[in-house]
Design a protein. Structure first.
Length: 504
């Protein structure tokens, strides 16, 4: 019996730069237990009759869509476990993966943990075969270590990168047990796949490069999935987990409604019982403090000057904590230089961090996007907003910034609106686009007066739309938990109609 392998189907950029998959320091082509493929045709040809390969991970490939490759691999060999790496499990994708028989959809966090788990099992098997691991059979001096009965003979398979020689070992049962630890039903977005002690074999990747790559319409290097925890903490048990769910709210240009949406999204997350921080990362002209009616907020530059002041941030009832933009416009550059450490610190203190951003794309956007769990990308009803979104996405592709975590959202939808989500989806080359309803004049009037609580209590249509969106997006928020909060704290989805006034 030969040692089973795991196959990885990804584009060439992923193999050249494993840090794009959250696996910095890993040489994927040198892993004797891992079969690399960049072409769907080559993968199917090599794996169709490869009984030793018990699990396949599909990230991307150059010639077909990942879901189609995963479906074909499952059809070729129904008994093999096939997993897809996904940015988010939409209803459409869930239906297609179910119909295709795909066993699991893995977030980036789950993929890193699964990789570490399989590598640990493989390394243990190789050590046992070499007679150097715990439980190995020691051979007499001058003789080669005796191969135990559970090991088979070495095998080899051909991949696009040459012959991958595999050491046989008692790997099969261990891998099967590892795969059975969590069922596909438990692979929800943001969830964890492996136990914590299965991660020690993986070098810790840099938080700045904690991205995952796949093919997108916007370039060869784009993003794949994210989760509430960083891959670095999953890979290194010695490092404290940064568990905060970082949600930047961005748009291609100003005027899309980022401030209002970020403010209401933070209140929605707090209303769901999650410790939430509203981070005003519009470093030059942020106005979150004014919109919340906070007279003397704690500001980002103040925390950077005195880090102990971070302890002053706290949530009160249904109101999230606020870390305001710097008082002076010229402080922005200094803040950006220290932003990574700040983001790591707040992610350890809060469950959710909603980050407001400015209209002009700059270095602070890259800092946020590289560390984001999801990105709420707003487009408004202007054609220029759609064009600006296209240009922003092209910029992300050129900079190697993940785009699959982006949740495209069309703001201001309603009867007679110039654009629909279908229009924007076509302009963005088929990207899925959500809709947020037009909140009417109430939104601008109440927020301008610092009366966000009154706006939420009014059950405005925009408020309800954002609450529904956050309940679907945030990991660990179940329908039962949502319904249990009705009537307490934030009046969540009680069905009241909004007091919406039409703009004059």
């Amino acid at each position: 019996m030969s040692m089973p392998l795991v196959a990885l189907c990804a584009d060439e950029e992923c193999f050249r730069h494993p840090e794009l998959l959250g696996l910095e320091g890993e040489n994927l082509l040198a892993q004797q237990w891992l079969m690399p493929f960049t072409s769907a045709e080559q993968a199917r040809a090599a794996l169709r009759d490869a009984a030793s390969v018990q699990e396949v991970w599909v990230v991307s490939c150059a010639d077909v869509a990942p879901i189609n490759l995963a479906a074909a691999l499952k059809r070729d060999r129904p008994g093999r476990r096939v997993c897809m790496l996904t940015a988010q499990e939409s209803g459409s994708l869930r239906s297609r993966t179910t119909a295709a028989g795909v066993d699991a959809s893995l977030t980036r966090q789950a993929f890193v943990e699964r990789y570490a788990q399989c590598k640990q099992v493989a390394m243990r098997a190789i050590e046992l075969q070499a007679g150097i691991g715990p439980g190995a059979v020691c051979a007499p001096a001058g003789e080669a270590p005796q191969q135990q009965a559970t090991f088979g003979v070495a095998s080899s398979m051909t991949s696009p990168y040459g012959v991958a020689t595999t050491h046989s070992a008692g790997f099969s049962e261990s891998l099967e047990r590892a795969g059975a630890m969590v069922s596909p039903a438990e692979m929800r977005q943001g969830g964890s796949y492996a136990s914590a002690n299965a991660q020690s074999a993986l070098a810790a990747p840099s938080a700045a490069k904690d991205l995952a790559a796949t093919v997108s319409p916007y370039g060869a290097v784009s993003g794949l999935g994210a989760s509430g925890s960083s891959s670095a903490s999953a890979a290194n048990p010695q490092r404290p987990a940064a568990k905060g769910f970082l949600l930047p709210v961005v748009s291609g240009s100003g005027g899309a409604g980022k401030s209002a949406v970020a403010l209401l999204a933070a209140h929605a997350a707090q209303g769901l019982g999650l410790r939430t921080l509203l981070l005003d990362f519009d470093l030059q002209f942020g106005d979150m403090a004014q919109l919340m009616g906070v007279k003397k907020p704690l500001r980002i530059d103040e925390v950077l000057a005195r880090p102990e002041r971070l302890a002053e941030l706290s949530c009160e009832g249904r109101v999230p904590a606020l870390l305001a933009a710097p008082e002076h416009v010229d402080a922005a550059e200094a803040v950006v230089a220290q932003a990574p450490a700040l983001l790591d610190a707040v992610r350890e203190r809060f469950d959710v961090i909603v980050a407001n951003t400015g209209g002009a794309w700059a270095e602070q956007h890259a800092v946020l996007l590289e560390r984001s769990s999801k990105v709420l990308f707003l487009v408004d009803q202007r054609a220029t907003s759609v064009h600006a979104a296209q240009r922003a996405l092209d910029l992300c592709a050129r900079c190697g910034i993940a785009v699959n975590p982006f949740l495209f959202t069309l703001n201001g939808c309603g009867k007679g609106a110039p654009l629909s989500s279908m229009d924007v989806s076509c302009a963005l080359k088929g990207a899925h686009v959500r809709e947020l309803p037009d909140g009417g004049a109430d939104v601008e009037d109440l927020l301008a007066a610092g009366l966000v609580g009154d706006l939420i209590d009014s059950r405005n249509e925009l408020v309800e739309g954002i609450e529904e969106l956050m309940a679907e997006m945030l990991p660990g928020v179940s329908a039962a938990a949502t319904s249990s909060r009705e009537g307490s704290g934030m009046p969540f989805l009680r069905g009241k109609r909004s007091r919406k006034r039409k703009k004059a």
